[in-house]
Design a protein around this ligand. Sequence first.
Ligand code: DC
Length: 225
Amino acid sequence: MSSDPAAIRRFAIAIDGPAASGKSTVAKEIAKRLGLVMVNSGEMYRAVTWKALQENIDSSDSAAVVAMLGRIDIQCGEIGMSSTCTIDGENPSDELRSEAVNSNVSAISAIPEVRALLTTLQRNYLDRTSIIMEGRDIGSVVFPDTPFKIYVDADQAVRNARRSDAGEADSVHERDTADSTRKNAPLVIADGAVVLDNSHHTVESAVEAAIAILKQQGLPDIYLS
Ligand code: DC
């Protein structure tokens, strides 16, 4: 992390949780309310997965994926208040939620070298700005020292319904199992995280509940006006 003294005033809010728990929606709304850059770390894992698919690399062939990492140029930054990444100059945003990416992203994200590279890019955001970042290991691995940590959960049936309502083919349960049982940086409730059960909230009430948790965790009032 940066030795820049201004970095002391910057902070990261970590929002973790399983697939389709509603964490992106909640994180986006909090980002708007607090004027923070919203970083979607899942999109980074999806972008690497998209690139591997483009190169016809099997997601179970970790040696080939690691070799690909050495060849590609990943640049992550923000446009406005949202994160964005390019790989070799291309922004795959439209293709990140394809069925092929959904079914290969857990295997790719279990590869330690992929995680090491993306964790560094994720931490680099804090060198530039305060952020709210959502993912699986943000409170446990990427920013373990932040006091601001929420784990957004929801019932399995609610999460399945959210994905199919969005017209997305996604085996949420299989992805969760893979993401929670991998050796490296599995999905866990991070030390200090407060669980927000988002099964029956509206977006608005989930955001209110999340903001109440952040206040309890010491978020300065100036962000809450
Ligand atoms: O949040 P999402 O569903 O778009 O994430 C896609 C996949 O990326 C998820 O199944 C596991 C992986 N991921 C991860 O391993 N660590 C993160 N911090 C974010 C996502």
